[in-house]
Design a protein around this ligand. Structure first.
Ligand code: ARG
Length: 576
């Protein structure tokens, strides 16, 4: 069993104290406060129900709170809040319990929940761009957090592996054969070149365009040579994506890649079911779903097109088939789609269609976990000077190179493989943290200098904070941190215990809105609170039993920082 947070124990006490009021659904919110350790509200709502004065209700709750182990003082504050101070003993007992709890107080709220999460989703034969980076990083962090809370998570990398563009790619490759490239990156370069050349030929040479169109028909018809060429292109790209995932250290494998093509066989049935249930209707030759509230600028309704006039299926039909399968076969209790905010309308229409079709029961939430755009130094969507997509591998290489300089400056003795490893941990961590620390729907500017700064809300700052704590602990080898609950606490110690206590509740908040930046903010504050503590309270030079308590604080802070960083997908080495 994991240890409940002080906030939740307090909430229980306040609820018990309010029992004589005779309210059935009294639910106090207990939060940290600037005026006391915690503040409880809920008395205002209670007073309304009881038609009594809020401060009188609050006073009654205060009077009924048992003085003793947990609460040192309770006061009525403001219009009817209750300010609560905890005893030093309760704080230290919490520290001791937490120290012995490998889960750091985190429960298993997700234990019976299956989440299917769609993220990363690069496109075959195209370079991954920063949008795919965001999706991959945010998705990976959510996967880690949900799994840590005991949830079952099914990862779906919805790779763009189907579409008419494959006609020109395959045709061009047949006409210009090349031996295979050796590395993933070289393969990708070649595929990207193939894409450009095929596109140029398609646009400028009508005869080639015609051959490419026939090739699409051959692909859709399952012509063996064409299919095998398609498979090669998919495999080459996938190998490259896997390289990128390995470099990023994200938990996505080949088994998680279920591309758009995987749903091809289901598309006719999806269309038939929608038509039969009256959700979709033929308009202008296309099978469409209409929405009361989705209209174009001129007021005409904008449909979701399930089947095009030419009989072909597109992006929307595939998403509908995938959704139906994720709920129907994978038994998802929750669907997440980590996709660029610019696709909001698409997902609104897909989810609405699926609800109407009965594929998405009211009990299953479907969430577009939208994210903003990565901007370049000019404040516009991040592109190279030539206006091309910034290659993800170049970006990661640059981050790791710069991190190497930062690490080497701090550790002149570090060299070779050890330096490389730290550079990777710091560089990749910096990229991930910069992405995750911004509220996910906001745009942010990609700035390698800022994300590798040693001070401020950066991954490096947190990695250093963690490593510093490990080195303090290493100097105290042989001394087990033993908590003595009878010692009086300094304010900086109290503040640190209270911050540590909020870890589990922070993860609950992260999951409530699928917002990893809340975890980043928490870890940053924790590191700052630790710094204040360390400045004011000597650890190794303190006498027992104070030293034992302070070492315990160091240990728990180190463990919380490490676990928190791991949940963001960021490594926390013991030394930096
Ligand atoms: N491959 C698409 C793109 O690069 C994103 C796919 C998002 N996922 C989905 N189920 N539609 O824009």
């Amino acid at each position: 069993m994991s240890v409940p947070s002080l906030a939740s124990s307090l909430s229980d006490s306040v609820t018990a104290a309010a029992a004589p009021l005779g309210l059935v659904d009294f639910a106090p919110q207990v939060r940290r406060s600037e005026h006391a350790d915690f503040q409880a509200d809920g008395m205002l709502a209670a007073a309304r129900t009881l038609r009594r004065r809020p401060r009188d209700v609050a006073a009654e709750v205060v009077a009924a709170l048992p003085a003793g182990n947990l609460v040192a003082a309770a006061r009525v504050a403001g219009p009817g809040f209750v300010n609560l101070e905890l005893t030093d003993r309760a704080l230290l007992a919490q520290l001791a319990d937490r120290l012995g709890d490998p889960r750091l107080g985190v429960g298993t709220a997700e234990a019976d929940v299956t989440t299917v999460i769609d993220y990363s989703q690069p496109n075959i034969a195209k370079e991954m761009h920063v949008g795919h980076l965001r999706s991959t990083i945010i998705g990976d962090s959510l996967v880690r957090i949900l799994e840590h809370l005991g949830g079952t998570v099914v990862r779906r990398n919805h790779i763009g592996d189907w579409g008419t563009q494959f006609g020109m790619l395959i045709q061009y490759r047949f006409e210009h054969p090349e031996p295979p490239a050796t590395t993933g990156t070289a393969t990708m370069r070649r595929l990207a070149a193939l894409y450009r050349q095929a596109r140029a030929a398609f646009d400028s040479d009508p005869a080639f365009a015609e051959r490419a169109r026939r090739r699409v028909v051959a692909l859709q018809g399952g012509d063996p040579a064409t299919l095998s060429a398609w498979r090669d292109i998919v495999a080459e790209s996938t190998r490259y994506f896997t390289d990128v995932y390995d470099r990023l250290g994200v938990r996505l494998t080949g088994a998680d890649a279920v591309g758009e093509s995987a749903y091809n066989a289901a598309l006719p049935d999806v269309a038939a079911e929608l038509a039969q249930r009256g959700v979709a209707a033929v308009s202008d030759g296309a099978l469409c779903v209409f929405f009361d509230d989705v209209r174009g600028p001129d007021g005409t309704p904008t449909p979701l097109i399930v089947r095009k006039r030419d009989g072909g299926f597109g992006y929307a039909a595939t998403d509908l088939a995938a959704l139906r399968q994720r709920v129907g076969d994978l038994h998802a209790d929750r669907l997440l789609y980590v996709v660029d905010a610019r696709q909001a309308l698409h997902f609104r229409m897909v989810f609405d269609t699926a609800r109407r079709a009965g594929w998405l029961p009211p009990t299953v939430p479907a969430v577009h976990v939208a994210f903003g755009t990565v901007l370049g130094p000019d404040g516009r969507p991040f592109k190279t000077r030539a206006g091309d997509t910034v290659r993800l591998v170049d970006l990661l290489t640059e981050a790791v190179d710069r991190a190497r300089d930062v690490v080497a400056a701090k550790n002149p003795d570090l060299a070779g493989a050890a330096l490389d490893q730290r550079a990777r941990q710091v560089g990749i961590g910096a990229v991930k943290y910069a992405d995750l620390a911004t509220g996910r729907t906001r745009d942010y500017t990609y700035d390698p200098d800022r994300m590798l700064a040693l001070a401020g809300n950066t991954g490096v700052y947190l990695q250093y904070a963690h490593a510093r704590i490990r080195s303090i602990l290493a100097k105290a080898t042989g001394v087990e941190p033993v908590v003595d609950a009878e010692v009086a606490l300094e304010p900086a110690e109290r503040a640190l215990i209270l911050d540590l206590d909020a870890f589990a509740d922070t993860l609950t908040e992260v999951v409530a809105g699928f917002e990893p930046h809340r975890l980043c903010g928490y870890l940053y504050r924790l590191a700052q609170t630790f710094t204040t503590f360390y400045e004011r309270c000597p650890v190794l030079r303190a006498d027992e039993p104070i030293r034992g308590n302070r070492l315990a604080l160091c240990r728990l802070t180190g463990d919380t920082l490490r676990t928190g960083l791991e949940l963001l997908g960021i490594e926390a080495p013991d030394q930096l």
